[in-house]
Design a protein around this ligand. Structure first.
Ligand SMILES: C[S@@+](CC[C@H](N)C(=O)[O-])C[C@H]1O[C@@H](n2cnc3c(N)ncnc32)[C@H](O)[C@@H]1O
Length: 404
């Protein structure tokens, strides 16, 4: 794995000793569920039954789930929602490179998981320099035991990492290894001026996050930076969301929806494909509090939009890659298809920007999204300061997504 990471350029020489010394396999339980990115499925691998398969997965550039359903899961079949994992080594190396640590730095990690990433940081910086926060007591206890067994002693705290860790602040660096839909201002307050916050951040539009690297301003009151590589991480517990379609369509499809038409195709919107399409990033940034779900069957892509601000608006269309016109159904106070079409016009009119042209600024008042420079905020469709809807326990998760 280390050879592959080195030859792809993602693992830099300064991180090599840590990767060589802190073995990922050490941090993994006997029963684990590697996630295959191609088939988008998890399967159990038991060290006792097949040690060869177990070691080859531990050494592969793939995410591995180690906990399902917040621990409320028994047996070897995959559970409903993957809730703790060890991330892909390539993503881990890339985020650590973004973190740009120096000797003497104090680092806070949010999302201890197996403890591997905390172990890499501790090997590099020293025991007293690293604090890692994990929301799940059992996950934190297992990570602490494995870290100690490896001779590494970062502070492993069981708490909600969205609060940061004030008792040991300030930190030079904060790194989150769970996906964020909002970056808490507490992290800005707990980072030194000029310090960095590196996190997978995204919108509720889809499951994709982007690595963001925010620099804290000289007065410590804002943190700002560009989006970069698209990735997919499991989300922090309180920022997961799910969509229960029956709440939107209590009387079945199409309910009281009005109909119209669209000339947008599946290919133009990039829906129904596995590759991340740059319009998806832009649409998520422009259309707030809206989830998209798309399901390809042959050449047709059922495309649904659901408002997540509690008004139960939805829109749907069956698109193909090249049909000139498709019927659109819209229901509720928000005209979500019109918002999508308007976002597409904005995106096309602004040179079809990819993720790297967008940026994020976090202040005490919330988040601002911008194009190219902080002075150029996006025309977002709905105020982003509305309360976060508590949909965690309603219905099923959007999908059994890959977990970083
Ligand atoms: C992808 S895993 C982290 C991988 C880990 N860094 C490693 O090296 O194995 C994400 C972890 O974040 C934890 N988590 C979720 N929400 C959290 C929160 N609010 N505060 C702290 N940890 C949280 C999950 O329980 C899970 O263990």
């Amino acid at each position: 794995m280390i050879r592959r990471l080195r030859s792809s350029g993602v693992l830099s020489a300064d991180w090599l000793p840590a990767f060589e010394s802190v073995d990922r396999a050490w941090f993994l339980p006997d029963l684990m569920w590697p996630y295959d990115m191609e088939s988008r499925t998890s399967r159990p691998v038991d060290r006792g039954l097949d040690p060869g398969a177990w070691y080859s997965c531990a050494d592969a550039d793939m995410p591995i789930t180690v906990q399902w359903d917040d621990g409320d899961h028994r047996g070897s079949a995959p559970g409903r929602v993957a809730t703790s994992s060890v991330s892909m080594p390539g993503v881990v190396a890339s985020m650590l490179a973004h973190l740009d640590v120096r000797p003497g730095h104090r680092v806070l990690e949010i999302g201890t998981g197996t403890g591997w990433n905390a172990g890499l940081l501790t090997h590099r910086l020293g025991d007293g320099q690293v604090v890692t926060v994990e929301v799940d007591q059992a996950v934190a206890d297992a990570a602490r035991a494995r870290l100690h067994g490896h001779g590494l002693h970062p502070a492993v705290i069981t708490a909600d990492g969205l609060l940061g860790h004030a008792p040991r602040a300030p930190f030079d660096r904060i790194i989150a290894t769970a996906g964020l839909r909002r970056i808490p201002f507490a992290w800005v307050e707990q980072t030194v001026p000029g310090g960095l916050i590196v996190a997978p951040w995204g919108t509720v539009f889809g499951n994709t996050d982007h690595i963001v690297r925010l620099t804290v301003s000289g007065d410590g009151r804002t943190a700002s930076g560009h989006l970069s590589t698209p990735v997919e991480f499991m989300k922090v517990r309180s920022q997961r969301h799910s969509v229960d379609q029956t709440a939107y369509l209590p009387d079945g499809f199409p309910g009281g929806a009005t109909t119209g038409s669209t000339t947008l195709t599946a290919a133009a919107l990039g829906v129904g494909d596995r590759m991340h399409h740059p319009f998806a990033t832009a649409a998520g940034l422009l259309i707030t509090d809206c989830a998209l779900m798309a399901d390809r069957r042959g050449s047709s892509v059922s495309t649904w939009l659901y408002s997540l601000n509690g008004d139960l608006s939805w829109a749907a269309a069956v698109l193909t890659d090249n049909t000139a016109e498709s019927t659109v159904y819209q229901s509720g106070p928000r005209r979500l298809w019109d918002e999508l079409a308007s976002a597409h016009r904005w995106w096309a009119g602004n040179g079809r920007p990819g993720p790297g042209r967008f940026g994020l600024t976090v202040t005490a008042d919330g988040e601002t999204i911008w194009l190219d420079t902080p002075g150029n905020p996006l025309p977002r469709t709905v105020g982003s300061q509305i309360p976060w809807p508590d949909l965690t326990n309603r219905g099923h998760p959007v999908a059994n997504w890959p977990q970083s």
